[in-house]
Design a protein around this ligand. Structure first.
Ligand SMILES: [Zn+2]
Length: 368
């Protein structure tokens, strides 16, 4: 528990530093290119009051470092491939249904295990679990890929988990035979996970990253609840610092702004999480405007696979396109790939990738 708190405090402080330096830099850059000298002078004293380091440091050097870091991150996020995202969404949506109680769910799980296994270089793990419901037992699978620093043990490093559910449903939650393509909900989120793994498996990271594809979300977060219990029962929760959830990240009509919702924790089970969650949300919002054309809006946490993580005390964030309030095809057979905006899925994947890379860089520089 000590380590857990320490890690979270560490991440919190790191992000506050980055937000501050970045805002300061923006101020400096904005004022230094301004022809009005008075604005430049006005900015400096307020900066010095907050952090003397910012005033003492060689500003052009910080500026150069900042540009170099952005260049490195830009190079990596440019690898996000919209064709691959589209192909994965198409394949997942082509299963007649991904209803958790359907006959097809096992095929979907094996297809995902294969796909994730290839990208994750065989470091894929299937978490089997059973669920009793309506006098029936369901044998289900969460599919997991872990990327870690090979030089250090998993237990030593801060861990970020990124998850998305792969099951779908039709209007009638009990109808296991109805067509339920679930392109936005949530083939879009699964495709982003696959693409993040494809790229990050070739990047040297200090952070441990775990990517989890959950079953049974639509039936009441069965997969995430079972997985969190598994982590807890096996003492694997010590270094978990943050859980990021994708649930519906593909619906954005092209005539609308590139709005993305960042859900942060407000008043759920552990109130002491709220500040950390909001700090991360603000950090991702800052990343969104620095690296993409997305306009991030903060909103209170809804109901998805982050809830079981929050209930154990972890900092959680949800990323989505507006979900039920915006997509008219929600939980309908009309939730098909042709209704999605792949450019938008690409931007959200890039935003999340840049977030992970910047958090990793932070953890490296501050642990030196
Ligand atoms: Zn969903």
């Amino acid at each position: 528990m000590y380590y857990q708190k320490y890690n979270r405090l560490f991440l919190f402080i790191s992000i506050m530093i980055v937000l501050f330096v970045s805002i300061s830099l923006n101020n400096i850059l904005a004022s230094s290119i301004s022809p009005n000298k008075g604005e430049y002078n006005n900015n400096m004293p307020s900066l010095c009051r907050i952090s003397i380091i910012t005033c003492l440091n060689n500003i052009p050097l910080i500026h150069q470092e900042h540009i170099d870091i952005k260049k490195q991150t830009d190079l990596i996020i440019e690898q996000v491939n919209s064709t691959k995202l589209k192909e994965w969404i198409n394949t997942l949506s082509s299963f007649h249904t991904r209803h958790t109680k359907s006959d097809q769910i096992e095929d979907v799980a094996y297809w995902l295990k294969n796909e994730l296994g290839t990208l994750c270089e065989s470091r894929v793990f299937v978490h089997n679990f059973t669920k009793r419901d309506d006098n029936q037992t369901f044998h289900l699978k969460n599919i997991i890929c872990t990327l870690k620093d090979s030089t250090e043990s998993f237990q030593d490093n801060t861990t970020i988990i990124i998850g998305a559910h792969y099951d779908s449903r039709a209007e009638n939650i009990n109808n296991t035979d109805a067509r339920a393509p679930g392109a936005d909900d949530n083939a879009s989120g699964v495709s982003a996970i696959l693409e993040l793994v494809r790229i990050l498996s070739h990047v040297n990271l200090k952070l441990n990253l775990q990517f989890v594809l959950f079953s049974g979300e639509e039936q009441g977060k069965w997969g995430s609840e079972s997985y969190v219990k598994y982590l807890n029962d096996n003492n694997r929760t010590k270094n978990i610092d943050l859980y990021i959830n994708f649930d519906m990240i593909g619906y954005r009509p092209s005539n609308e702004s590139d709005k993305v919702i960042l859900e942060y924790d407000v008043g759920n089970k552990y109130l002491q999480n709220d500040n950390y969650s909001k700090t991360i949300a603000l950090f991702i919002k800052h990343i969104a405007s620095n690296y993409t054309n997305l306009k991030a809006q903060l909103a209170k946490l809804g109901n998805s696979d982050f809830i079981p993580f929050e209930a154990l005390g972890y900092t959680v964030i949800g990323i989505h396109d507006g979900g039920v309030t915006e997509n008219p095809n929600y939980h309908k057979s009309s939730d098909t790939p042709n209704t999605l905006n792949i450019k938008y899925v690409t931007s959200i994947t890039k935003m999340t990738l840049a977030t992970i890379l910047e958090l990793d860089r932070l953890s490296q520089s501050l642990k030196r």
